[in-house]
Write a protein that binds this ligand. Structure first.
Ligand SMILES: NC(=O)c1ccc[n+]([C@@H]2O[C@H](COP(=O)([O-])OP(=O)(O)OC[C@H]3O[C@@H](n4cnc5c(N)ncnc54)[C@H](O)[C@@H]3O)[C@@H](O)[C@H]2O)c1
Length: 398
């Protein structure tokens, strides 16, 4: 059983505490930190937390707790991580790890130097659908992964600090792109080096300095492409979808809207429907188990199980650092309108990966490009002549 210091009493502090204290979980929040006394007291009372404080350092150094969970705005992650490392405690930090790779690297260095357990709380890599899909990909069901598309779009975040670039580090890319990049990395393989990024971003709707929409391509050493699509401009709720394609198969995942629970109400129910739902009347898409569907439950299970077993969890601060480095390249690409290299001063995966087209022999003289059964029942073969390189077609009967 672990005793936890929870930093932050906003949306994520609430989801994290709800997950940890739900389902008769053994690990408990023992002290909660919030800026305002009234909020700290109210949160502690609501979630049965014995102690609260408005002093962040005191919460981290609390003698009873052994794990610090960070659910604070992005500009406070580094300070909290450094204090937790100094206190010699396990530290679990929400996404994005840093506002940029330099910040993330300092956090990674601090936890590694202190030798404390570190976990990157990337919940969307842990949704039940993602975990099942990852298992299929790892077992080879899709062959070699070529493309992983991840999309997160909603009408915009719920607190002022997200919209202020100095506190958040950026707009939709840093807020949502970090999830999409993490998902694509898991499908493509974390050992595969991200090489360069091409990204479009714009401020299409909101009067802010940061981007509220972006589409980016991350090219990996294996030849695979990770595509992220993010927006704070999407109307209709929260669109969370992933698509993976490989040489032997395809997976499509829809995590949030229209996933099988659809409800109509003319009068509404005067309250919360699901995260980022835009209304409570008409056709609604409620979610039966939010903390399960968003991956929080499996994420904390992995974090605490790994801690107990003395092994690294699926997502560590190193992953957070790599993701920050990819996002930094995306921001540079938005400015330069060119492919920009991913600068990783610390790369721990493979240097080389097999990229490029596969050659499948058809006969001695030809490679097979494609086989298709046509409406008349004949089979059409598209072949490449080995000596001339010419592409030809051949019709055979089925
Ligand atoms: N799916 C996810 O993993 C997910 C979802 C939402 C948010 N987050 C992350 O969690 C973190 C917090 O986001 P949130 O949605 O809970 O935000 P929020 O605005 O709902 O809550 C932020 C918390 O920090 C406190 N706070 C704000 N400014 C502060 C300051 N200057 N000093 C001390 N405390 C301050 C607020 O009072 C509140 O308790 C962010 O890093 C965000 O990216 C992750």
């Amino acid at each position: 059983m672990h005793k936890i210091t929870m930093l932050g009493t906003g949306l994520i502090g609430m989801f994290y505490t709800m997950t940890l204290h739900g389902r008769r979980g053994q690990d408990r929040v023992a002290v909660v930190y919030s800026r305002k006394e009234e909020r700290a007291r109210q949160f502690a009372q609501e979630w049965g937390i014995p102690r609260w404080t408005t002093d962040m350092a005191a919460a981290i150094r609390d003698p009873e707790t052994d794990v610090v969970v960070i659910g604070l705005p992005n500009n406070l992650h580094e300070q909290a991580v450094l204090l937790a490392a100094e206190a010699g405690k396990a530290v679990l930090c929400t996404k994005p790890l840093g506002r940029n790779a330099a910040e993330a690297k300092r956090m990674l260095d601090a936890v590694e130097k202190a030798g404390v357990f570190h976990g990157y709380l990337e919940d969307l890599a842990y949704t039940p659908k993602t975990l099942k899909a990852l298992k299929s990909v790892k077992s080879g069901a899709l062959g070699k992964i070529l493309w992983a598309r991840s999309r997160e779009a909603h009408p915009g975040p719920h607190s002022d600090w997200f919209w202020d670039k100095t506190q958040s580090g950026g707009g939709a890319i840093v807020d949502l792109g970090c999830h999409c990049i993490a998902i694509a990395r898991n499908f493509i393989g974390k050992d595969v080096k991200p090489l360069e990024v091409m990204c479009w971003a714009d401020t299409q709707v909101h009067p802010i300095d940061a981007e509220d929409s972006a589409v980016g391509l991350v090219r990996y050493a294996s030849g695979a492409v990770g595509q992220f699509e993010v927006a704070w401009t999407f109307r209709g709720g929260m669109d969370l979808r992933d698509e993976v394609s490989g040489t032997e198969g395809t997976i499509w995942l829809n995590h949030w809207l229209r996933t099988g629970f659809e409800m109509f109400t003319a009068v509404g129910e005067r309250g919360y429907v699901a995260e980022k739902a835009e209304g409570d009347t008409g056709w609604l898409f409620p979610v039966g188990d939010e903390v399960g569907s968003l991956g929080y439950a499996d994420m904390f299970a992995d974090m605490f199980d790994s801690m107990d077993r003395g092994v690294a969890p699926m997502e560590t601060f190193y992953d957070g650092y790599v993701i920050n480095a990819i996002m930094d390249a995306a921001y540079r690409s938005v400015q330069s309108r060119q492919w920009e290299p991913v600068i990783l001063e610390d790369w721990r995966g493979a240097e080389e990966a097999e990229a490029g087209a596969r050659l499948t022999d058809y006969d001695e003289a030809h490679f097979l490009i494609k086989r298709e059964v046509m409406p008349d029942g004949q089979v059409k073969l598209i072949l490449k002549e080995k000596t001339s390189g010419r592409v030809v077609q051949k019709i055979v009967s089925a």
